[in-house]
Design a protein around this ligand. Structure first.
Ligand SMILES: [Mg+2]
Length: 103
C-alpha cells in the first residue's frame, strides 16, 4: 500500500471514484486504459484547435490526469514517489537536454 500523500492521495480518490462508478481496474484493461489516456489528450488538442475556452481545454487535460492516475492505481504504482524521483532526475539534466530542433 502506498502512502496517501500528494499524488497518491489523488490516485486513491480517482480509484474510489472508478470503483464507485463501476469502472474496472482489472489488469486485463491496461491496454484500454492506456488508449483512453490518448483520447483525453486528443480531446484537449481538438478543443484548443477549435478555439474553445481554456477551461474546456483544462477539463480535458484533467480527464487525462484522472485516467493516468487510474492506470497507475491499477498498476499498483507509487505515483508520488515516481513523480518526485522523475522531477529530481529531470532537474539534474542539462539545459534543453535532448533538444536539437526545438521542442
Ligand atoms: Mg474528456
Amino acid at each position: 500500500m502506498v502512502d496517501a500523500i500528494g499524488l497518491n492521495q489523488k490516485m486513491l480518490e480517482v480509484r474510489a471514484l472508478a470503483d464507485g462508478k463501476g469502472f474496472s481496474s482489472d489488469p486485463a484493461r491496461i491496454w484500454e486504459m492506456l488508449a483512453l489516456i490518448h483520447t483525453e489528450v486528443s480531446e484537449a488538442t481538438d478543443a484548443y484547435k477549435k478555439g474553445e475556452p481554456m477551461e474546456h481545454v483544462g477539463e480535458e487535460l484533467t480527464d487525462a490526469i484522472i485516467r493516468i492516475l487510474h492506470l497507475m492505481s491499477a498498476l499498483d504504482l507509487d505515483a508520488e514517489s515516481l513523480f518526485q524521483e522523475k522531477m529530481k532526475k529531470n532537474w539534474g539534466r542539462p539545459y534543453k537536454y535532448n533538444t536539437v530542433r526545438g521542442g
